[in-house]
Write a new protein. Sequence first.
Lengths: 369, 163
Amino acid sequence: MKNIFIRPIALLLLLILPYGLSAEGGEDNAQHGEKKEGLNVGELIAHHTSDSHDYVIEIPFFHYTLHLPVILWTDKGLSVFSSGKFQGDNEGKVVVTDKKGNKFVKIHEVIYYADKVKDNPHPNVFDYDSRPLDFSFTRNALAILFVFILLLLIIHFTKKAYENRYKLPKGIAGFIEPIILFIRDEVAIPNIGPKKYEKYMPYLLSVFFFILLSNLIGLIPFAPFGHNITGNIVVTFVLALFTFILTTVGGTKHYWKHIFNPPVPHAIKPIMIPVEILGMFIKPFALMVRLFANMFAGHTILISLVALIFIFGTVLFAPVSGAFYVFMGFIKILVAFLQAYVFTILSALFIGLAVEDHEEHEEHEHQPA
Amino acid sequence: MSLTSPETLVFWMTLFFLIFAYLLTKMGWKPILNAVKEREKSIEQAVLEAEKVREEMAKLKADNEKLLKQAREERENILKEARELKNKILAEAKTEAEKMRNEELAKTKKLIAAEREAAVKDIQNQVAEISLEIAEKVIGEQFSDKAKQIAYIKKNLSELKLN
């Protein structure tokens, strides 16, 4: 009896911890004998939060698996075929042969050359010798496209409100415009400065709305929503990479001087210069991890709460799970806005640090005195 | 999340982000930001203009008041001047009248004096004549009665006194 209560709570606590655990979660939980409960929660979470070559549409009374195209760059060139050929296999058991004679297997949503992983049931994703480059149009790629198209539609209808110059924004523009103005007046101008902010506004707005919309779409638990986009570290990596590129390209002389010749006593310079150079990379790295960890943890908690019902094995637990789910859902809505805001304001801050003119900066500091 | 091949999403995310950031900028952010900026500018301009108009109105009002005050002052001045003129005319008329009266008086006095003189002369002449007559009569009666003569003279003299 005691075990029944402690085990799920311990499991829940473990699942809230960063993703490394759940990546291996399937095996861990299997070893602990979760399988006899009829549900492998770790695997469930991993399945729901990671990218996939198939898009399983699950809504009540409707179950359909959309097989997305697999696009591979192999040793013999481009290879394109439907992911349906793997027949939903993720254990490396189904071998697919393409027109050029390449043989592939899929293990945990990663496609390897069949002959190279024959002896190795747990191949490394980063072992590029054992697998082709994978540019498949995966579930998350579809989700990203979906988010962008939705965003483009929203912005298109927002723009329509401005065709009459002097009319106040109505409808969707009444919701979007305050956000745009907030990003301009509270994020871009204070951090980048009134002279250069305009150049970076499109980037900041695109990033903010993409993250916000992705976060919110991730909260709706049925198709065509419910994708874990911003909870995927590769997506946040690309976003952080753009910020990094903007800071590096836009960096002024003063910014580079501050990194390679920081204004500190000479004795400390050998320490400070590596720290400053590291800082260049740590800033976007922090952006990447913060957004990813927040969103991934949120998804994990939500799925875990639902999974608790099955772990307890009684429908009587459903109201408790449901109450917690709703509570967490509200927090996640807050987090969706918050994380979009945090990513945007930190991007603006890093860009601002890189592009601001020092003389101008000093002037601003002296003005109030 | 189990990590799948990272290049997949790096490729698609970069591709979609670049394409859609461009489209959003062209179709959305730029026009919206420009429209908002233009609206803000027009509002600012309208506010400034309203302020200017208000200032002008205040100035106009002040001008009007000044004009009104001036008009009032002028009216007062005119009235004062009129009053002064009236007084002056009155005073002049008075002095003129007095002068005329005085002249008339002096003329009359002169006339009276002249008449009197003439009268006195006349009386003198008459006295002389009468005296002559009396003397004639006295001489004529001298011989008849001395007492009568004296009474007669007395009588004539008393008559003379009346003149």
